[in-house]
Design a protein. Structure first.
Length: 367
């Protein structure tokens, strides 16, 4: 028995929406950089940070952000596995903190809060392994900056202050890496749960096909597209023949297997762009965009034959078949009117003996 189709997950964002979100995150990161520059400007005003060093850091900040902005605007970022460039932005920030510590003798107190902000930013996208790598890079770059500070300012450094600052950086890095990793895992679980909820909201739990609500939306979109572009559109309703008898004789478990197998057969035989959903208990709706009546008729007849060929019941039992009603969009009707005509064609197929395709009254019976 063919397997039922896997339940697809509805995308939550278009590529344009995803890029817009990345730009907003980049804007948030740039604002954070600017606040950091503001803190350094206050330190300069208080005589704690050299003016030349502040100018160098500001120029570096401007250059880095212009490069990143160009990558986001041009779409170059989408070529990377992490299109948000979160890891890159965090590592650049960590490197800039190290440069600040080397250029400013008396600003060691900014290290811990600056690193903490970078960890919080990393939580927006990075997973636990990435955050651990960031923590290692923080400790490594900080250690290098401390060695350089000692070489440059050995006579003017208070080692007790340096040791306390180092302890704060290491402790905060470990704490934030652990907390950020935990929150990142929660975020991943929440995202997976939201995807499951989205799938449940739009897909039939038994067959994995689009549910009635989603296939109605797909049909409405197809009608609007056909109206906008003047393209052909056909719709078919499929009804499993004598399904109540199958349930009564073999039980609902077998009935469910029959529905899943037929759903899998239908889904595996459609063209790219076609839509299929469970319309009712044992009914399915096929939306066939850009298909003429001749093309749709050929496809639907092929589907009917494949369903009839399935071995769904015990040996010796007759094949489970399906009846099809098929109609073409007339160009001046709503989706509901189109479904109504399709349903009338299906009704005629059932009355004519089942296991056949009947088209809209304008076209007649195919088989």
């Amino acid at each position: 028995m063919p397997p039922a189709p896997a339940s697809p997950v509805t995308a939550v964002r278009t590529p344009a929406q995803g890029q817009a979100l990345r730009l907003r995150r980049f804007g948030m990161a740039s604002t954070t950089y600017a606040l950091g520059l503001g803190i350094l400007a206050v330190c300069w005003h208080l005589g704690l940070f050299p003016g030349a060093a502040l100018a160098q850091i500001a120029a570096l900040f401007l250059l880095v952000n212009l490069v990143l902005l160009a990558m986001f605007v041009s779409g170059l970022n989408t070529r990377f596995q992490d299109a948000s460039l979160t890891a890159l932005q965090v590592c650049v920030g960590v490197s800039m903190v190290a440069v600040i510590l080397v250029l400013g003798r008396e600003v060691q107190f900014v290290a811990a809060p600056f690193y903490s902000v970078l960890f919080v930013f990393g939580m927006l996208k990075l997973n636990g392994r990435d955050l651990l790598a960031v923590a290692i890079y923080v400790v490594t770059s900080y250690s290098v900056s401390m060695l350089l500070r000692y070489q440059l300012y050995a006579d003017a450094l208070d080692l007790r202050v340096e040791l306390v600052s180092a302890a704060l950086v290491v402790a905060s890095s470990v704490w934030f890496a652990t907390a950020a990793s935990y929150i990142s895992n929660l975020r991943a679980r929440l995202s997976a749960s939201l995807q499951q909820i989205a799938a449940l909201a739009t897909h039939d739990a038994l067959t994995g096909l689009s549910n009635r609500r989603q296939i109605d939306l797909d049909l409405e979109a197809a009608v609007n597209n056909a109206r906008r572009h003047g393209a052909p559109l056909c719709v078919a309703l499929v009804d499993v023949d004598h399904f109540k008898t199958v349930n009564d004789r073999f039980g609902h478990a077998i009935g469910d297997e029959v529905l899943m197998a037929m759903a899998g057969c239908l889904a595996g035989s459609l063209r790219a762009g076609d839509r299929l959903g469970r319309f009712g208990g044992e009914e399915f709706l096929l939306v066939l965009p850009s298909a003429s009546m001749a093309q749709a008729s050929s496809l639907v007849e092929r589907l009917r034959s494949r369903l009839e060929a399935l071995q769904l019941l015990p040996d010796g039992e007759p094949a489970v078949t399906a009846s099809f009603g098929l109609a073409a969009w007339r160009g001046d009707e709503s989706a509901a009117d189109l479904v109504r005509r399709t349903d009338q064609a299906l009704y005629r197929a059932k009355n004519a003996g089942r296991n056949r395709v009947v088209t809209d009254a304008l076209f007649g019976t195919l088989s």
